[in-house]
Design a protein around this ligand. Structure first.
Ligand SMILES: Cc1ncc(COP(=O)(O)O)c(C=O)c1O
Length: 422
């Protein structure tokens, strides 16, 4: 986001114009920033390991326009569900350009996953016999839980380690691949998802080493040539002003160094190195523009906006911090204020106390930063506060990429039994 005098711009489009054109609250994504993020990350890893590919974890921001930008850059899709496989298909990606990393799959999930011919990434050894009931994936991996996890988002988002619900226990990995091999599966990869929003560069080589020891031993023992090894997502971004960024070049260089050394140590045929980040590509490229509707002076002074926890769930869900700017007022004297949305829940009071411009008033525009990942994708319709519009900015151009929901959307799948119609 740029600032000229006291006016904010996303790409080259004034925030005021976006709010007037599309209304508030509205999610806005900066295409150039997504492309820059992708290219920086791709260069960092492919420089040290040329057989490298990213799969975009579409769960973070599932608008087809955003996924298409990343597809144009060269990414495949990491899908968490059958509907995300269908989303990938809609933007022209299928087969081995899609990785299906669902967990606790139903039989229907398994059947659809097999039919789609995507890479099947199994979250547990117990799923394999259920998959084999319906068919054999052409290529599959197991999601390994290497025993450690890390997160800057909080305990809830630590998606590896002993407290996580994900992945195969290290002690079961050999058995899992042996079962798959004995069942006649021929092509394999390996996967982990070692954490969330990690800004410590040294964590990546550490966790890569853990995975590679597990996979190296398995490959050696079973004579498997892994075609790919996927180090997951978790590349972090800073959310708070002053917070350290991830030293991506160091993370990539060190992780690729450990990867190559372990490939050599276990005598593996060099596999493709893959990662499936999301936050790093889209997190800081997304904003929410909202409006102040009323200000209340009660026990505290509270600024009431149209951005509630149904628009942006992260603060209420994880206690996450998102920086807020007030259009036209950033240089003014500040005071400690609270800020909330319009929902009938006290967790909707999502900024309890923050230094904000003291002159903030009804009608002002606020801009929430770093809302591109796990923002719109986690929004919902509570209290009849419907999901906002999504807009893509490319330089001076802007496009509506998802309409604001209407009342008709809220009730479209409901029905009234005849006896209730009277
Ligand atoms: C399996 C898997 N891969 C990739 C990601 C993307 O993670 P991030 O946005 O931290 O890069 C997630 C996010 O939870 C995930 O569950």
């Amino acid at each position: 986001m740029k600032r000229s005098n006291s006016e904010f711009f996303i790409g080259d489009v004034p925030v005021k114009l976006l709010a007037e054109t599309y209304g508030t609250p509205v999610y806005v994504y900066d295409e150039q920033k997504i492309r820059e993020n992708y290219r920086r990350a791709f260069k960092a890893f492919s420089k040290h390991y040329p057989d490298f590919r990213f799969f975009y974890a579409v769960k973070a921001c599932n608008n087809p326009a955003i996924a298409s930008i990343l597809k144009q850059e060269g990414a495949g899709v990491d899908a968490a569900s059958v509907n995300e496989i269908l989303l990938a298909k809609k933007i022209g990606l299928g087969g081995e350009n899609v990785m299906f990393s669902g967990n606790f799959l139903s039989d229907d999930d398994i059947k659809s996953g097999l039919e789609s011919g995507v890479i099947f990434n199994l979250d547990d050894i117990s799923i394999l016999p259920r998959v084999l009931k319906f068919g054999k994936p052409e290529i599959m991996s197991f999601r390994v839980n290497p025993g450690y996890g890390k997160s800057n988002v909080g305990e809830f988002v630590t998606n590896a380690g002993p407290n996580a619900k994900f992945g195969v226990h290290p002690d079961d990995v050999l058995k899992a691949y042996r079962m798959a091999k004995e069942a006649g599966i021929k092509r394999f990869g390996a996967h982990m998802m070692p954490g969330s929003c990690i800004t410590d560069a040294d964590y990546f080589p550490f966790i890569t080493g853990l995975l590679m020891d597990i996979i190296g031993k398995t490959g050696k023992e079973l004579g498997i040539n892994f075609e790919f090894i996927d180090l997951g997502g978790g590349l972090g971004i800073p959310y708070k002003p002053g917070e350290e960024s991830l030293d991506l070049d160091a993370a990539a260089e060190k992780a690729a160094g450990v990867f190559k050394a372990k490939v050599a140590e276990y005598g593996l045929k060099p596999p493709r190195l893959m990662m499936e980040p999301a936050r790093y590509f889209v997190g800081n490229a997304g904003y929410i523009i909202g409006r102040v509707h009323s200000i209340k002076n009660s026990y505290k002074k509270i600024v009431g906006t149209d951005i509630g926890m149904s628009t942006l769930a992260r603060p209420a869900m994880y206690g996450s911090y998102h920086h807020i700017y007030v259009e036209g007022k950033e240089d003014e004297k500040r005071e400690k204020l609270g800020l909330c949305g319009q929902l009938c829940e006290n967790t909707d009071f999502w900024v309890k106390e923050r230094e904000l411009p003291a002159s903030i008033t009804e009608g002002d525009l606020i801009i929430v930063e770093n809302a591109g990942a796990y923002g719109y994708a986690m929004s919902y319709q509570y209290n009849g506060r419907l999901r906002p519009a999504e807009v893509l900015v490319n330089g001076q151009s802007h496009y509506l990429i998802r309409k604001r929901e209407l009342f008709e959307d809220m009730i479209k799948n409901t029905d009234l039994p005849d006896y209730l119609k009277k």
